[in-house]
Design a protein around this ligand. Structure first.
Ligand code: ADP
Ligand code: MG
Ligand code: ZN
Length: 616
């Protein structure tokens, strides 16, 4: 995941040049305020000599003036000596009153019709300071960072949520290839948004908040938009990262505005992308302060969600690839209490996604999308879209009429090496090792009595792990028995042992398995008194503390050297025993191991039912 620049490591934008502009603007604005109209004129020409009206008339009658200009109350005259004179008449006094209607010969009289012209100059001059001020404010806001752009200087407390026009951007489930499980999960939401009344009548509670979990590019945004499209409701989308670098309070007001707009347009969907940017656990992580804004924004979201009234059919969908860092308050019932996982696409899904993105493109005859799908293990939907696009670009460059298999294959290379793809590409050999490893876990676990049933085996990397085998309990359990802990260690050993049996060596992929095994074995001996009863017995040698991350961690309590040797030996014995059992199981079922692994390589995912079918 791309790191969001915190307020601390923002690039410094206030260079001296900007600062000078700022000072100049302030100065100009102040000068204008103080001097007004006269001030501006004084910049233009030399000030005329002011005379009284009677002096003026005297001079006028003496034909001292070459030219007289009358502008409202002001009379300016150019003397024959070249000097400028200026005087003021009363507003209502007309020219006849002053005797100006009969000028002596040689004097030109000009009466300016100023009513309209003056209005404009006055207006402009009067507004100039304000315009400058506006400029200043705008300048400040630009510097304040991320709220610039489309919202303009004054819209920054308003929500920047984009409303997708119902008719124009109609994304539907057809645009989301694969992801069948996720689609099933959200089907009910679509129905609710379509007929909120039906659910209301039945008194059914529909989740307000959905957490869409998946790696970048797996189609979370796409799916959220498809839900809106299927239900034909407006879609308001905003990204959590937009809130991060803002003035305190702006984020909250924006959230308020967003929810208000959505409620007005209900039924509607609010989509908050990258919610982890604002929804990080409070008080954890970088203690750099400056969390106020995030916290306020987060609190506002929670308040708004709590404030939904029964009839308001607004569903908030939030997307993240880091559900583990989210604040617990976000996940509480009534908030984002429902999760929809979007996994990386498996082989079948990748082929479907490729197909979706061949719309408006011509493929050469004989192109096998299936082959391309098999070469793109670990690619996200976005990566695959990128592959199609690159292939199309290459075909245009070569002046081909259609996209060939070669274009596609080269595009796969390009995309997997490209900067856009952060997760690495897995080679066929690695994939084989991962498959054997995962099936090893599954088989070892399956042949123990107390391991939870295998739920799913997958060779598609997710997060840090390369593959996964899920064991899911059939019912909730609160107590772990000694036997179960021993069996768990057996299945954990399965991965590494399978690698050794098939390939003759083990890989670094097993390190987290080993870590868990040691932790179980140590806990058995040091915390739960399950070790050797005669030599060690039910004595607790560990102190449990809850760590910052919420995990229970043990620190060893001091004990005699002799005892600590006994503990070490006992831990080792437990680990060894589990390893021996795993080896025995996998040796017995080595044929099955290879067989299931081959199927897994083909399909990339094996479900619980498919797995159980091997043992019938
Ligand atoms: P995320 O929000 O999870 O990061 P996006 O929804 O933005 O991913 O996906 C980026 C693009 O990748 C989408 O616009 C779409 O073109 C493509 N894509 C991702 N998943 C799929 C899919 N399952 N089917 C079709 N296209 C997909
Ligand atoms: Mg997205
Ligand atoms: Zn493993």
């Amino acid at each position: 995941m791309a790191k969001k620049p915190g307020p601390k490591n923002l690039p410094k934008k206030n260079n001296p040049f900007n600062f000078l502009i700022l000072v100049a603007l302030i100065g100009a604005a102040a000068a204008l305020f103080m001097q007004g109209e006269e001030g501006i004129q004084s910049f233009v020409s030399e000030p005329p000599t002011e005379v009284s009206i009677s002096q003026f008339i005297d001079k006028f009658e003496a034909a001292d003036f070459e030219k007289v200009e009358i502008k409202d109350q002001k009379i300016t005259a150019t003397g024959k000596d070249g000097i400028q004179y200026e005087t003021f008449k009363e507003l209502n006094a007309n020219m006849a009153d002053l005797g100006l209607d009969k000028p002596p010969t040689g004097t030109i009289i000009e009466v300016a019709d100023t009513t309209s012209g003056k209005m404009w100059t006055n207006l402009i001059i009067g507004l100039a300071p304000f315009l400058l001020l506006l400029l200043l404010i705008w300048f400040f806001m630009r510097r304040a960072g991320s709220m610039g752009g489309e919202s303009g200087p004054f819209g920054f407390g308003k929500s920047k949520a984009r409303i997708y026009d119902k008719t124009k951007h109609n994304t539907t489930f057809k645009d989301v290839a694969g992801a069948e499980e996720a689609k099933e999960d959200v089907l009910e939401l679509v129905d609710f948004l379509k007929n909120p009344k039906k659910y209301e009548k039945a008194g059914a509670k529909i989740p307000k908040g959905i957490l869409m979990v998946g790696q970048p590019g797996t189609g979370k945004t796409l799916m959220a938009r498809a839900i809106a499209g299927e239900a034909n409701v407006p879609f308001f989308s905003v990204s959590g990262s937009e809130f991060v670098e803002m003035f305190v309070g702006v984020g909250a007001s924006r959230v308020r505005d967003l929810f208000k707009t959505a409620k007005r347009n209900a039924p509607a969907i609010i989509f908050i992308d990258e919610i982890d940017a604002i929804g990080k656990q409070r008080g954890v992580g970088n203690g750099s302060g400056g969390h106020d804004e995030r916290e306020q924004t987060l609190n506002q979201i929670l308040t708004e969600m709590d404030g939904f009234e029964p009839g308001q059919s607004v569903i908030v969908i939030a997307a993240t690839n880091r559900p583990d860092v989210l604040d617990k308050a976000l996940l509480r019932p009534g908030r984002f209490d429902r999760r929809v996982h979007i996994d990386l696409p498996d082989m079948g899904a990748r082929e479907k996604i490729l197909k979706v993105h061949t719309k408006n493109k011509t493929l050469a005859r004989g192109v096998s999308l299936k082959k391309i799908a098999s070469k793109t293990v670990g690619f996200s939907g976005a990566d695959i879209e990128n592959v199609m696009n690159e292939a199309a670009i290459a075909s245009v460059k070569n002046r081909q009429k259609s996209i060939t298999q070669k274009n596609l294959e080269e595009a796969v290379e390009k995309v997997s090496l490209g900067p856009a793809r952060k997760s690495r590409r897995i080679t066929d050999k690695e994939k084989d090792i991962i498959a054997i490893h995962e099936v090893g876990h599954a088989i070892a676990g399956h042949f123990t009595e107390n391991c939870e049933p295998v739920h799913k085996i997958s060779v598609i990397s997710r997060g840090g792990a390369l593959g996964v085998t899920w064991f899911l309990p059939e019912e909730d359990t609160y107590l772990n028995s000694e036997a179960k802990m021993r069996d768990e260690m057996v299945s954990l050993h399965g991965g590494r042992i399978a690698e050794r049996l098939v390939f003759g060596q083990t890989t670094t992929g097993a390190s987290s398995d080993l870590e868990r095994i040691s932790r179980i074995a140590r806990a058995m001996v040091m915390t739960y008194g399950m070790g050797d009863q005669k030599n060690i017995g039910p004595v607790v040698f560990e102190q449990k503390n809850r760590s910052m991350s919420g995990l229970l961690e043990g620190t060893a309590i001091d004990c005699s050297e002799a005892m600590s040797e006994k503990i070490d030996a006992e831990v080792k014995r437990l680990v060894q025993e589990a390893e021996d059992r795993a080896t025995k199981i996998l040796k017995t079922h080595s044929k099955l191991l290879r067989e299931i692994a081959d199927d897994l390589l083909e399909k990339e995912n094996i479900s619980r039912d498919e797995f159980l079918a091997y043992f019938e």
